[in-house]
Design a binder for this molecule. Structure first.
Ligand SMILES: *Cc1c(COP(=O)(O)O)cnc(C)c1O
Length: 472
């Protein structure tokens, strides 16, 4: 054994203790360090590959010196960009132990990990109010969950048309139409990957002033579609967190032949809150459902779940026949259910946090984040420098600056504002109905009203700065 490696093995407990101290120190400092540090004046020069290593503790020191200061406080309470969760204490523990046990939990030949994963997807199904006809599998993120759901949809189209895209290729289907109101960008990416093509996506009009699909327009679009189709329903859009009326969409199945995939990446968490559960009424009627876990469940990256009512079609797409894996059987191994073969015991972090805090604990996180989003919305609304572009429906505040009619200058001012505030609060840019804007999305378990005030102060201060610069 290499002598440095042997030395690390000899003092593994002390080494883990050093890592534990470093981790505690980093988490302790989350609140004080810049939410997103400014980029360095000089672009970093990559160091050459070390010929001789100096051991794990020296690597830890080098990481803390060179790289850690560059990393954002994305695990902290005022990183409000994208839709970003943190890691609950239990989720972090589960993730550490995932690496400790280093399982490749995908077959019954060594079945402990996959049984744990199945227990966890069962819990998640209950958490989101899905019925027993849905079975779930872990994937790396909502993009992969959407891709997996649409791959099953593709095979369903084949079943309807008497062909198998899994065997004969997507071309066997002929032209395919995927109808959706305000789909996430990952849907087009999935269609590209699946050989259906980005142009298969047919936009359907949304309700006036909304991002929710107009059910009557969807009805007409389905009537105009020759043959079976795919509908992507959206439960929580990223700009305005709008929800399609899932019951109304599912009811169209009485008149039209389509697969219903619902992208509920973070919107599914509305089910945890009695005040908001109505937003996802009817989710269970979907044929496939996407939910991200590294967002609002607050498990570390990378984790999401994919639910479907048709695991038989799922195995047709993803089966990985190999002599050493044996026959598929009635309850196929995980290796036959997702794009990956080998994968980490991704379920463990979710298992830990659900076991530790239960439905009640996770409901509290969701409700507190929603209350924080409302509070920030109210603070910005009171300030004449800001304008909300949509009501705060759930956990996202979509806002812009007032008094800047020129879109290019508005974009420049928003960029300046975002950068000036980034040490205190991180938001991400967007464009909504042609208007440049910023989004603040609340999904971290640590965030409190004190963070909302701090974020609002930082945004107000940065807005005042850009106003001064703008008129100078
Ligand atoms: C975040 C998100 C996705 C993509 O999720 P990744 O985890 O980044 O792959 C898809 N759909 C919606 C609605 C999202 O919010």
């Amino acid at each position: 054994m290499d002598h440095t490696l042997a030395a690390d093995l000899g003092r593994l407990p002390e080494l883990l203790e050093a890592v534990r101290r470093a981790a505690a120190d980093s988490l302790d400092g989350l609140d004080a360090r810049p939410v997103v540090p400014p980029p360095p004046a000089q672009p970093p020069r990559p160091e050459p590959l070390p010929e001789d290593g100096a051991g794990a503790e020296a690597a830890l020191t080098a990481f803390r010196r060179r790289w850690e200061p560059r990393l954002s406080a994305s695990a902290g309470s005022r990183y409000l960009g994208f839709v970003t969760g943190g890691a609950t204490p239990a989720a972090l523990a589960g993730d550490w132990l995932t690496a400790v046990h280093d399982q490749n939990s995908n077959s019954a030949l060594d079945g402990g990990g996959q049984d744990l994963e199945r227990e966890t997807t069962g819990w998640l199904r209950d958490l989101f109010g899905l019925g027993p006809a849905h079975s779930g599998t872990f994937v790396s993120g909502a993009t992969m969950s959407n891709t997996t759901g649409l791959a099953i949809a593709r095979e369903w189209l084949g079943e309807r048309l008497g062909v198998s895209p899994a065997e004969d290729g997507a071309a066997a289907l002929g032209p395919v139409r995927v109808l959706s109101g305000a789909p996430h960008s990952s849907i087009a990416k999935a269609l590209s990957l699946l050989g259906l093509g980005r142009s298969a996506l047919v936009p359907v009009p949304t309700l006036p002033g909304r991002e929710a699909v107009d059910p009557a327009a969807l009805d007409r679009a389905l009537a105009d579609t020759p043959g079976p189709a795919v509908v992507v329903a959206n439960a929580g859009t990223v700009n305005t967190v709008d929800f399609d009326d899932l019951r109304a969409v599912a009811a169209l199945k009485e008149r039209h032949d389509f697969w219903l995939h619902t992208d509920a990446a973070f919107g599914a968490f509305a089910a945890l809150s009695p005040h908001h559960a109505h937003l996802v009424d009817g989710l269970d009627a979907s044929d496939s459902v996407c939910v991200d876990l590294h967002k609002w469940l607050n498990v570390p990256y990378d984790s999401a779940v994919q639910f479907t009512r048709r695991p038989d079609l799922q195995t047709r797409v993803f089966r990985n026949a190999a002599a050493y894996l044996g026959p598929l059987g009635a309850d196929p191994d995980l290796v036959h259910l997702t794009p990956e073969n080998s994968h980490r015991l991704r379920a463990l972090a979710a298992w830990f946090t659900l076991r530790a805090y239960g439905r009640t604990g996770h409901r509290e996180i969701v409700e507190r984040d929603v209350a924080c989003a409302r509070a920030l919305g109210a603070e910005l609304e009171r300030d004449p420098a800001f304008r909300l572009l949509a009501p705060v429906r759930l956990n996202v505040v979509l806002f812009t600056l007032t008094g800047e009619p020129d879109p290019d200058r508005l974009t420049a001012r928003l960029t300046a504002l975002r950068e000036a505030a980034a040490g205190e609060v991180f938001t991400t840019p967007t464009v909504h109905a042609g208007t440049p804007a910023l989004r603040a999305a609340f999904s971290n378990w640590r965030t409190t009203q004190a963070d909302v005030h701090r974020a609002a102060e930082a945004l107000r201060g940065a807005a005042a700065q850009t106003a001064v610069k703008g008129t100078a």
